[in-house]
Design a protein around this ligand. Structure first.
Ligand SMILES: [Zn+2]
Length: 274
């Protein structure tokens, strides 16, 4: 019984819904034939209850043993990833990413911050979890995150700060505070592009959100540029049949139509619009 349970846990993939947010777990057998790397050369996305695996790098071999997925969030520290993999998948990861001290330094850096900043961010993340359980409003949650963000001076690549900004972004979207949400998404773009694989769908999702928000606040040519970058990412990471790919295409058409109605040609650079 324990052995069967162990295998089930090992073969459990976190299901993300079409917006790439975790909605639960289910048991899959086939993707688990693919091994783990913390810097994978393939990504899994979900189409209903099917898992679709797409390569994000050129893979010369046609052997499945050369295709790697990440079983964990690649924006976690090495210590967190190793611990999660040991607890959930019963192996100790020692991949190239886990040995890359430079990346780890970026993810854990507190350079230039005040003593206690990192603790403040971690405490804030925990505090908001309690607020959520007590059914606090998105607006109150956003204010709590903003108070913390105004105090700390951690480097933008610190993954705890990245996490807090990501959660503050979700609260800002829930509270329909578009300008704040846009500002928060811009803050996380640099660490995302430095720490994620360029074709990680999370990067595409962030770009799509930036594009959508820029469209909402009427910054059309910038919106178009970000949506186009999101589409480039999704073409590789999710494929043209994916719901998010289709949604970005629709937003691009909408953006193009609005630019045409305002006499813009859609290819104005960001600098020219300022
Ligand atoms: Zn690893």
């Amino acid at each position: 019984m324990l052995e069967i349970f162990g295998k089930m846990v090992i073969n459990t993939f976190t299901i993300a819904d079409e917006m790439l947010q975790d909605v639960g777990v289910a048991v899959y057998t086939s993707p688990s034939v693919l091994d783990h790397r913390c810097w994978p050369n393939a990504v899994a996305s979900f189409d209903g209850r099917n898992v679709i695996v797409r390569a994000v790098d050129d893979i010369a071999s046609d052997s499945l043993s050369d295709v790697f997925l990440s079983y964990v969030d690649t924006l976690a520290t090495t210590e967190e990833r190793v611990q999660q993999l040991e607890q959930q998948y019963y192996f100790t990861c020692n991949c190239g990413r886990c040995q890359n001290k430079q990346v780890e330094m970026m993810m854990s850096s507190t350079e230039g911050s005040n003593p206690g900043d990192l603790k403040m961010v971690k405490d804030c993340l925990e505090y908001v979890e309690r607020m959520r359980k007590e059914k606090a409003t998105s607006k109150d949650i956003l204010v709590t995150y903003e108070q913390c963000l105004n105090k700390v001076t951690l480097p933008s690549t610190n993954v705890f700060l990245v996490r807090l900004i990501g959660k503050a972004f979700d609260a800002a979207v829930d509270a329909q505070e578009w300008e704040t949400a846009l500002m928060l998404s811009i803050k996380n773009y640099k660490p995302y592009s430095l720490l994620h694989h360029p074709f990680n769908p999370c990067v595409g999702y962030l770009l799509a959100n930036m594009g959508k928000l820029l469209l909402l606040v009427g910054r059309l040519s910038e919106a178009f540029i970000h949506l186009r970058k999101a589409l480039e990412n999704f073409t590789v990471s999710l494929g043209e049949n994916h719901f998010l790919y289709q949604q970005v295409r629709e937003m691009m058409s909408q953006c193009q139509a609005e630019m045409e109605s305002q006499g813009q040609d859609g290819f104005v650079s960001v600098e020219q619009t300022r």
